[in-house]
Design a protein around this ligand. Structure first.
Ligand SMILES: [Zn+2]
Length: 175
């Protein structure tokens, strides 16, 4: 069962020329990606697709926010994302060797009736998540790290340093 049918683009019924598709991404989208580090978001996708005789040019504009966990205080916040990504679909048997190495070129079989852009949109959104993300990146720009949580984490770090179990281990080593 595929719940991502709304991301299908029917090629057989599509005329040569430009076509616009828009998508609203919310938690229902992420339910389809078991590996997703994100389960909620509010993202708008605008896809401008140009169908040519022998290829498809896709131009994605992605804008919105992903509910993320702060790496410092573990609070949830809305991480803003925004990107523009281009992808070209070519038919198998066309293109040169370099095209096959290009991650922005997708090859499809000659008689492909439809493509689905959900996986691409998912990957583009994931690429927007920085390695270190904190509350200060919140969409509204006013969120700060949870001070209670920070104090607790700091407390935990101190305790770790003087954990009596480690002292015992040291004793064993020295004997
Ligand atoms: Zn934080």
């Amino acid at each position: 069962m595929n719940k991502l049918r709304t991301f299908d683009i029917n090629l057989s019924g599509l005329s040569v020329g430009k076509h616009i598709f828009t998508y609203e991404i919310d938690e229902r989208f992420f339910e389809n990606f078991a590996e997703s580090p994100v389960s909620e978001g509010d993202v708008y996708v605008h896809l401008s697709m140009e169908k040519k005789e022998r290829m498809l040019l896709l131009d994605f504009f992605i804008d919105g926010s992903l509910k993320s966990e702060c790496d410092r205080c573990l609070d949830e916040f809305n991480l803003p994302i925004s990107s523009n990504e281009k992808v070209i679909y070519k038919y198998e048997g066309e293109g040169n060797a370099a095209d096959h190495e290009d991650p922005n070129i997708v090859f499809i079989a000659e008689k492909t009736e439809r493509i689905n852009v959900a996986q691409l949109i998912y990957e583009f959104m994931m690429l927007q998540i920085p390695i270190k993300k904190t509350c200060e990146m919140d969409r509204m720009g006013e969120k700060i790290c949870n001070p209670i949580m920070l104090a607790r984490l700091e407390e935990g770090r101190k305790e770790k340093k003087t954990d009596p179990r480690w002292d015992k281990l040291k004793d064993i080593k020295h004997n």
